[in-house]
Write a new protein. Structure first.
Lengths: 164, 583
């Protein structure tokens, strides 16, 4: 795990907001044998441009190839390899946690510590929303696992470079 | 001006200067072919869509212009796929236009529906699915711009039938605006200076040129660099014609079936000046032992090629012609008051190899040798024909024994290695260069893969000549089976009691001329008859069935390890010895 973390690069890719762009990017990664760890796509402040945040598990020469091959896609406008020190990144997780009258308050306490929100409550479960770095979300998951995770979904990482 | 989408497409093609297109109509293309009927653009009706793609490709390679092919939805489009992939691998400018089912039917598995943009995504430079007739003028303009600029390549436009029928006000944009596409033409000044210094101090330099030189029309600059610095030149298969092969500084092709000289030079050189090459596996042999002593200057317009296979010490991204021009100027400046490095020993070594290791074959036998046929073709055409090839042994013998002087004179499927390419490519080349002699050097296996285009050749009046080196085998497959699989000729034999078909009779069935040659004595007469004929001619040269292409660097072996010289009888080679993947 530790070793894997060091290999990961977060690419912030600006693309034209046109149909099929995601397919082109995904196809390129598949064809060239590059691994995608996570991928998040969304609009930007400009409606004609989308930003993809792609976490790739490559280093050195291969990373160089990923960047160069991505650049060859006509719809790709700009690629930035985000330095973790110089950028802010967030992920979001939704977890449906099993609760009983006895454990509910413990769960709420953990959620508070992680500055999460409870977004749905039922008799047997709560859905919790937590945002933060991948590590924070993993730590949260580890802590609540003992209560029973019924369902879980995570977004990919989104990131922006810090202001200069 | 109000018009239909189909009319706008045709108008846009005319605006791009398209003079000829290759294709076959079909249901969803009817509006387009209806609009084309009144257009001055010449329509070449092929007999298979693959033929259309290869003809457009051959036309593009012979003329330097963008080739255009057209096919209907579904099977028409999928039949284009091999041709598009072929153009992609060799960076050939091509615009492929396909019909598509109506937009409201897309995704419903409608009759003759295929996801053409999805299928072709990995083998095009870019593609478009047009959903609004108003987009047609811009899409066509962008497609041609993308196909011919930067590193050229195929671009596909998928056109649903309702979009062709829809109406628009035709307006052509002033210029193409693609925010994500800005090819670099001018090389970095500092890098060019570093390259010049490296060249001036190199003791054993070699100039290594590929298809990029031809694309960028940089042959004059290559020649100037070679002559002014007295550097020998080797070329890739795609680079045949980038430098005159009869020039004293040419050491021929390198790689799997290249000259011994070129392969030895690569093992010894201290500086590779690579221009428009991509260090493909057929050229490098075993990568870890490729050019162990060399520093590498790599000039290419595609940054992704630099450092992909071989590390570049001095990378220069840019157009070959532009960069070489600048490099020559810097070299001329730097040389003033500089004592040139003594390269006499290196030059003498190369001359010795050249004298000792020309391409050769056993001329003693009574049978008809394929190499002899190519030599005769070379001699009788004075080396001036445009040569197209199929793929396999015929291609390698053509590359070895037909020396070319000019760019765009040797047309071959380099990257994809497509059997069946040569003949339709020859028709396309002939249509693009009507006054020239065009010859397809073919194998009996390859020729049958697109022989239906004999109909196109005859009806379009293209007097292409096909020289089939008929050995009754998928020859290169058989050669590998002989060398690496203990002579187990599994499914590589194309004949039984007799050779099949009778190629001369096949040619005659289409209205072409057919000649059968079985004896070396008949070769010259047959070739002269073919050259004098004004119609397409197929000559069936029934050659020695088990002749091999030599020298050969076994797959996965280093370049110095060549087999099959006359001096060394060929024994079985063990592929398991290869440390790198056996391709």
């Amino acid at each position: 795990m530790k070793k894997g973390v060091e290999m990961k690069h977060t690419l912030s890719v600006l693309v034209e907001n046109k149909p099929g762009v995601l397919a082109r990017v995904a196809e390129l990664f598949a064809r060239r044998g590059f691994n995608i760890d996570s991928l998040a796509v969304g609009t930007t402040e400009r409606p004609d441009i989308s930003r993809m945040t792609i976490v790739v598990d490559v280093e050195g020469k291969s990373l160089e190839q990923v960047r160069k091959q991505l650049h060859k896609l006509i719809n790709v406008i700009e690629i930035v390899d985000l330095d973790p020190e110089e950028s802010v990144s967030r992920e979001l997780v939704l977890v449906k946690i099993k609760v009983t009258p006895e454990t509910r308050s413990e769960v709420i306490e953990i959620v508070d510590i992680f500055r999460g929100n409870i977004v749905d409550v039922s008799r047997e479960s709560v859905i919790v929303e937590v945002t933060g770095s991948s590590r924070k979300l993993e730590a949260f998951e580890d802590l609540v696992r003992v209560y029973g995770i019924k369902e879980l979904v995570r977004t990919g990482k989104v990131a922006l470079p810090r202001g200069k | 001006m109000k018009m239909t989408g189909a009319q706008a497409l045709v108008k846009s093609l005319e605006a791009e200067g398209v003079e000829i297109l290759f294709g076959i109509p079909g249901g969803v293309l009817l509006p387009v072919f209806d609009a084309l009927y009144r257009s001055p653009i010449r329509k070449v009706l092929t007999r298979h869509e693959q033929g259309a793609a290869h003809m457009a490709d051959g036309y593009a390679r012979a003329t330097g212009r963008v080739g255009v092919c057209m096919a209907t939805s579904g099977p028409g489009a999928t039949n284009l796929v091999t041709g598009i992939a072929n153009a992609y691998m060799d960076s050939i400018p091509l615009v492929a236009i396909t019909g598509q089912v109506a937009t409201n039917l897309i995704g419903t598995d409608a009759f003759q529906e295929a996801d053409t943009t999805g299928i072709t995504m990995p083998i095009v430079k870019h593609n478009y699915l047009v959903k609004d007739p108003r987009d047609i003028p811009d899409v066509v303009q962008e497609a041609f711009y993308l196909a011919r600029t930067g590193r050229p390549g195929p671009v596909l436009i998928d056109l649903p039938v309702d979009v062709s029928r829809g109406e628009l006000n035709y307006r052509r944009s002033e210029r193409v605006d693609l925010p994500g596409y800005k090819p670099t033409y001018k090389g970095h000044r500092r890098q060019i200076k570093l390259a010049a210094q490296a060249i001036l101090s190199a003791r054993k330099p070699i100039l290594f040129v590929g298809g990029g030189v031809i694309t960028s029309n940089a042959t004059e600059e290559v020649r100037a660099l070679a002559e002014e610095e007295h550097i020998y030149v080797t070329h890739t298969l795609m680079g045949k014609g980038a430098f005159p092969e009869t020039h004293p500084l040419s050491i021929g092709m390198l790689g799997m079936h290249g000259t011994r000289t070129a392969n030895y030079v690569m093992c010894e050189t201290d500086l590779i000046i690579g221009v428009g090459v991509r260090f493909d596996d057929r050229v490098t042999g075993k990568l870890s032992e490729f050019a162990p002593n060399a520093r590498v200057i790599h000039i290419d317009i595609d940054p992704a090629e630099i450092g992909k296979n071989v590390e570049a010490h001095i990378p220069i991204v840019g157009d070959a012609k532009t960069v070489l021009k600048e490099l020559l100027a810097v070299l001329r400046e730097l040389k003033k008051g500089h004592d040139p490095v003594d390269r006499r020993e290196w030059n003498a070594q190369i001359e010795e190899w050249k004298a000792r290791y020309p391409y050769n074959y056993d001329r003693s036998g009574p049978g008809l040798k394929p190499q002899f046929v190519v030599e005769k073709l070379y001699e009788l055409t004075k080396g001036e024909a445009i040569i197209c090839t199929e793929v396999g042994q015929n291609q390698m013998w053509a590359a070895q024994f037909y020396k070319v002087e000019r760019p765009r004179q040797f047309i071959t499927s380099g990257g994809l290695g497509t059997m069946g390419f040569g003949f339709p490519a020859a028709i396309g080349a002939q249509l693009g260069r009507p006054g020239e002699l065009v010859i397809d050097i073919a194998g009996d296996g390859s020729f049958l893969m697109n022989s239906q285009e004999l109909a196109t050749a005859v009806l379009e009046g293209t007097p292409v000549k096909v020289a089939i080196l008929n050995n009754g085998y998928l020859g290169m497959v058989r050669q590998w089976q002989q060398l690496f699989y203990n002579r187990t000729y599994s499914c590589s034999c194309l004949h039984r009691e007799r050779r099949c078909p009778d190629f001369a009779a096949l040619a005659r069935a289409y209205g072409a001329m057919g000649i059968t040659v079985t004896d070396p004595e008949q070769v010259e007469g047959a070739i002269l008859d073919a050259l004098n004929a004004e119609c397409p001619v197929v000559i069936d040269f029934q050659v020695e069935p088990e002749e091999n292409v030599y020298p050969m660097v076994a797959p996965g072996a280093p370049l110095y390890d060549m087999i099959g010289d006359l001096l060394y009888p060929v024994e079985k080679v063990h592929p398991e010895k290869a440390e790198e993947p056996f391709l």
